[in-house]
Design a protein around this ligand. Structure first.
Ligand SMILES: NC(=O)C1=CN([C@@H]2O[C@H](COP(=O)(O)OP(=O)(O)OC[C@H]3O[C@@H](n4cnc5c(N)ncnc54)[C@H](O)[C@@H]3O)[C@@H](O)[C@H]2O)C=CC1
Ligand SMILES: O=C(O)[C@@H]1CCC=N1
Length: 291
C-alpha cells in the first residue's frame, strides 16, 4: 500500500459554509481510504463547506492533514458498527478491496449510496460486497481533483434513486467536472483516457525536457521551459473557446519549425498510434482489475 500522502494545506475554515451543493447533506459521509484521491475528495468537501462533523474517515495511515481535521469534528477511525451513513465513498486501492471492504458491508444497511472510485472494480463487485440491490455508483476521477480541476465520469446501478445520484454528483463534483454514462463498459476506456491521462501529460513534460537536453539545453532550463510550456498550453486549452486542433494550428506557421516537428509527431508511426496502444493497454488493465 502506498504511504504517500497529499501535503496540501486545508483552509482553517470552509470557504462557503452555507448554501453550497453540499449544504443538504445530513451525513455521515464515510470515506474509506484517505490517500491521494480520497484526500483530494475530502479537501473538496471541506472547501465547499461540508461540516467536518458530518464526515467519517476510515484510514489506517492518516496524513497529518487528515488527522488535524479531527479537531474540527471529523471522526477518524471510529468503530464502523452503529454508523448510519448517507454515503460511503471507497478510495482504497483495487488490490486492497477484497480484504478491506467486506468488514464494512454493514455500513449500507440503512440505505447508504456506495460511491467507488476504484479502478476496475465493477458495480457487480460492489453489490457482491455490500449486497444485491445496494445503490452503487462507480466513478473514475483524476489527480487534478487535488486543485479542484478534476474530471470524473460516473455510472450508477439501477438501485440508485434520483436523490442518490444528486448526492454522488455533488460529492464527486467537489473536485471538478462530472459526466455520467449509462453503460458501465465505457468506464474502462474512461480510466485509460482521463483517469490515467494526467500521467501521460506529465510524461510529455519529462520527455520534452529530455529532448531539450538532447538538443543542447542545460537540464535546468530544459525542465523549466518544458514544464511551463505544458502548464501554459493546458491553461490556454482550459480558458480558450477554441478546440485543441485550432490551438495547435495557431502555433504552426507554414514551412516553419512547428510544422517540421509535427511532421514527425503526426506521421503514421507518430503520436496517434502510440497513444492508441497506450490507451488500449490501460483499458485492458482496467478490465483485468475487475478480477
Ligand atoms: N491516483 C490516481 O490517479 C487515481 C486513483 N484512482 C483510484 O483511487 C483509489 C485510491 O488511489 P490513490 O489515492 O492513488 O491511492 P493511495 O495509496 O494514495 O490511497 C489509498 C489509501 O487507502 C488506505 N487504506 C489501505 N487499506 C485500507 C483499509 N483497510 N481501510 C481504509 N483505508 C485503507 C491507504 O492507507 C491509503 O491512504 C484507487 O482505487 C485508484 O484506482 C482513481 C482515479 C485516479
Ligand atoms: O493507475 C491506476 O490504476 C489509477 C487509476 C487511474 C489512475 N490511477
Amino acid at each position: 500500500m502506498s504511504q504517500s500522502k497529499p501535503e496540501t494545506k486545508r483552509p482553517a475554515k470552509p470557504a462557503s459554509a452555507a448554501g453550497g451543493p453540499l449544504h443538504g447533506i445530513k451525513g455521515p459521509v464515510v470515506l474509506v481510504g484517505a490517500g491521494k484521491m480520497g484526500g483530494a475528495l475530502l479537501d473538496g468537501w471541506l472547501r465547499l463547506g461540508l461540516d467536518a462533523r458530518k464526515i467519517v474517515v476510515l484510514e489506517p495511515h492518516p496524513s497529518a492533514d487528515v488527522a488535524a481535521q479531527a479537531i474540527g469534528g471529523l471522526r477518524l477511525n471510529p468503530d464502523p458498527a452503529g454508523l448510519k451513513p448517507e454515503a460511503v465513498v471507497l478510495a482504497v486501492k483495487p488490490q486492497t478491496a477484497a480484504e478491506a471492504l467486506p468488514p464494512l458491508a454493514g455500513l449500507t444497511a440503512a440505505g447508504a449510496v456506495v460511491i467507488s472510485i476504484m479502478a476496475g472494480k465493477t458495480l457487480g463487485f460492489l453489490e457482491q460486497v455490500f449486497g444485491a440491490g445496494t445503490p452503487a455508483v462507480r466513478a473514475m476521477p483524476n489527480t487534478p481533483a487535488a486543485i479542484g480541476r478534476g474530471m470524473t465520469v460516473a455510472v450508477a446501478n439501477a438501485a440508485v434513486p434520483e436523490a442518490g445520484r444528486t448526492l454522488a454528483q455533488n460529492l464527486l463534483g467537489a473536485t471538478g467536472k462530472v459526466d455520467w454514462v449509462a453503460e458501465e463498459g465505457l468506464i474502462d476506456a474512461v480510466t485509460a483516457v482521463s483517469g490515467s491521462g494526467p500521467a501521460y501529460v506529465f510524461l510529455l513534460a519529462e520527455s520534452l525536457a529530455r529532448a531539450g537536453v538532447a538538443a543542447g539545453l542545460p537540464a535546468e532550463l530544459a525542465e523549466k521551459i518544458a514544464r511551463e510550456t505544458v502548464a501554459g498550453a493546458g491553461e490556454l486549452l482550459f480558458r480558450s473557446p477554441l478546440d485543441a486542433a485550432t490551438l495547435r494550428k495557431n502555433v504552426t506557421s507554414p514551412g516553419g519549425t512547428t510544422a517540421a516537428a509535427l511532421d514527425v509527431l503526426m506521421a503514421k508511426d507518430g503520436l496517434d498510434p502510440l497513444l492508441e496502444k497506450a490507451v488500449a493497454a490501460a483499458t485492458r488493465r482496467s478490465r483485468e482489475l475487475a478480477g
